[in-house]
Design a protein around this ligand. Sequence first.
Ligand code: NDP
Ligand code: OXD
Length: 309
Amino acid sequence: MSFLLMLTGVEPEPWVEGFRGALPEMEIRVWPDSGPPEAVDYALLWLQPHGLLGRFSHLKAIFSFGAGVDRILADPSIRPEIPIVRLIDPGLTTGMVEYVVHRVLHYHRRIPEYEAMQRRRDWRELEQPLPDDRTIGFLGLGVLGTACAQALAGLGFDVAGWSRTPKKLPGIDCLHGEAGFGALLERSDIVVALLPSTADTRGILDARAFARMKRGAWFINVGRGSLVVDDDLLAALDRGHLAGATLDVFQVEPLPVEHRYWSHPLVSVTPHVAAYSQPKTVVRTISEQIRAFEAGRGLPHAVDRARGY
Ligand code: NDP
Ligand code: OXD
């Protein structure tokens, strides 16, 4: 059996070492050294060049190196019957919770204003609302959205979330559907986008959506760059409707050097690092799924291609 790692921009050594230890019966190969294509049983993909997967005629399943599968689903060379498994991993979830909680607290505790005051040598105390006076609204209440929402509810924030299907989660006001989308935007002081990129979500954060957000609200995008109409976000920031944005994901990555986001005074940019896949947890997560699949127990985290996530 052979397991092919096709990981663009990722140092392969720790992954090869990890999978060799966890799956000793499997030959671990690193693309482009895939060996005989018909011998490849499984593939692990991150930012794979499109068009190459068709030649692996005996592929049993594809694993995503990340939680988002939009780029894998867009590859026309993947046969429709091959299951694609998204990553649900404790390390990934921890990273996302840390990132989102950090950025919410940054805005909640008025750190951007204190930083501006420091530049003016201005020593004053600003009025500080309590967490339950702030509403944090999550677009997306999946594995990651729910973990972040629960962490912030645990800190005392008023938390709401929006999903495609109705949900009940303790301590979180769960909304769904068209009406729920507008209601969430209108009541939130900080909006966190943690949606996948699908036919239904691309461009969902446009001028109309930003106009529905409270004046002075903050926006955090850790889902996908394609959710946002960039010019509309920049316009909402420029006219002072939004107080600031934290962006970890972009339409084009790496973010082009000339993009306005890099230098906008109200925008914080990070290079798609909110959550990160690490061998320490991910090797075990994926190896256990391969073993379970080989034992006939299925692939519970296989994505629904029609739904797009
Ligand atoms: P999940 O699949 O667990 O959750 C997706 C959520 O989005 C669900 O609540 C789903 O609703 C909701 N959703 C999907 N489509 C719609 C829609 N049309 N209308 C309303 N809600 C919708 O994904 P994860 O939580 O694991 O990850 C979310 C995304 O985060 C990933 O797809 C990826 O793009 C991004 N990500 C970014 C990372 C980074 O480092 N910046 C790292 C990891 C992930 P329902 O519950 O009803 O199905
Ligand atoms: C992603 C990830 O899907 O980093 O963006 O996991």
